[in-house]
Design a protein around this ligand. Structure first.
Ligand code: KMH
Ligand code: ZN
Length: 285
């Protein structure tokens, strides 16, 4: 199915917060620097090797404020050795200039979404000029991008980008399929297979995450197809069905631990941080 060698271990990325859920609706969502740092430590113990971070302000609202970003990056580096990836997607309301300036916080990695799409009732803006500028800026700073693919056509855009710009910082090309967003591609096994078939030749590794109820089907399909995993409360706050209806996710570490269990049963145990850094083209710690 995949032309990429089936990896022996699984890179598990945790996306603990996101920009969409409110603390009022989801009280267990980590939003403060201290909570995100504690989450990072717990998730590393549970099997994660990378963290995808969105930052919140003192009122728990999404922010791209540089000192706040730097505070969270420092706190996570203090509490864990996870690969630190900052979101440049931010929230749908963030200005592109502010999203570019996220790189000033000097993460190891940054997300880089490959195209504009409807995002529920909103629009997530990623025009070509922004994609190229973010790519060049990340390469100039030695920050490794994770290419976020919300729709199949984004893989054609990745090919166009690599043809025009060459390889990113680190020399590896890591893709994350973000599936099941209303406005993007569906989160199911058939679409995972279609994406794997459409990966540019230069892609060296890929992961997948399913938003909402597509979380578990995408997790299983990704492992079966040789992919890595992203899990976390950015993407899903419902653990599953119980006798009384939907059961809420207790913590990000619970999601990581479940992903690690399933991956281990499938002979793909969690990847160590050192191996994740090598996979992504980052220097050793
Ligand atoms: N919050 C979404 C609008 C990213 O982190 O790069 C965008 C997002 C993607 O979450
Ligand atoms: Zn994100």
């Amino acid at each position: 199915m995949s032309r990429l060698t089936r990896p022996g271990t699984t890179l598990i990325t945790v996306a603990p917060t996101g920009a969409e859920h409110s603390r009022g609706d989801v009280p267990q969502l980590p939003t403060t620097p201290q909570e995100i740092a504690a989450t990072a430590a717990a998730c590393q113990s549970a099997g994660a090797a990378m963290i995808h971070i969105h930052v919140r302000d003192g009122d728990h609202a999404p922010t791209l404020d540089l000192p706040r970003l730097e505070e969270v990056v420092a706190a996570v580096r203090e509490s864990s050795s996870l690969v630190v990836q900052l979101s440049t997607g931010g929230s749908v309301h963030d200005a592109m200039a502010d999203r570019l300036a996220v790189l000033d916080a000097a993460p190891d990695s940054c997300s880089l979404t490959l195209g504009t799409l409807n995002f529920g009732a909103d629009v997530f803006m990623n025009p070509w000029g922004f994609v190229v500028e973010l790519f060049r800026s990340s390469r100039d700073r030695g920050i490794v991008p994770e290419f976020e693919v919300f729709d199949l056509g984004h893989l054609a855009t990745l090919q166009r980008l690599l043809d025009q710009e060459g390889l990113p910082a680190g020399g590896q090309v890591h893709v994350d399929l973000v599936m099941g967003v209303p406005g993007g591609m569906p989160g199911d096994a058939a679409t995972v297979v279609a994406c794997v078939a459409a990966l540019p030749e230069a892609v060296t590794s890929w992961s997948a995450t399913g938003v909402g109820r597509s979380h578990l089907p995408v997790l299983a399909a990704s492992l079966a197809a040789g992919g890595h995993l992203r899990v976390g409360m950015e993407d899903t706050v419902v653990w599953g069905r119980g006798p009384g209806g939907a059961v809420a996710v207790g913590s990000n570490a619970d999601l990581v631990a479940r992903a690690a269990r399933v991956a281990s049963e499938l002979q793909r145990p969690p990847m160590a941080v050192a191996d994740a850094r090598a996979l992504l083209g980052l220097p050793p710690l």
